[in-house]
Unconditional design. Structure first.
Ligand code: THU
Length: 130
């Protein structure tokens, strides 16, 4: 699967997004180390703080299915700028794959390729507890 393919899969998740409060749908596609793709969308809640981001939806789907190591993540929205993962998502992803490749897309389906290490330098992970 190409990077663009993964981005397009994330775009298909925008229709599943539940975002009646922000009206800001987000889609994600997370690739496990065996090639399995776990998709996600943001799921909002009337108690706003209970909202779950698209990336964390994909991540908890994966971990609950037994996958704990990831190679690539695509995050997409319908905004003109790239859809950057929030701090909480960066932290949650760092726990499992600090070397993750991250593809952030714009509404025109163009994307920027970076790494979780770039997005969360000097992250706090499992080894930090040693
Ligand atoms: N959102 C995500 O799904 N992922 C992020 O990394 C940033 C924010 C969602 C949460 C909320 O439903 C909406 O975008 C506006 O913040």
């Amino acid at each position: 699967m190409t990077d663009q393919d993964l981005v397009e899969l994330a775009f298909t998740m925008l229709d599943k997004s539940y975002a009646p409060y922000s009206h800001f749908p987000v889609g994600a596609a997370l690739e496990g180390e065996d090639g399995t793709i776990y998709t996600g969308c943001n799921v909002e809640n009337a108690a706003y703080g209970s909202t779950l981001c698209a990336e964390r939806t994909a991540l908890v789907k994966a971990v609950s299915e037994g996958c704990r190591s990831f190679t690539r993540l695509a995050v997409v929205g319908r905004s003109a700028d790239y859809c950057w993962p929030c701090g909480s998502c960066r932290q949650m992803l760092y726990e499992f794959s600090p070397n993750l490749t991250v593809l952030v897309a714009r509404q025109d389906h163009t994307f920027f390729k970076t790494t979780l290490g770039q997005l969360l330098p000097h992250g706090f992970g499992p080894a930090s507890l040693d």
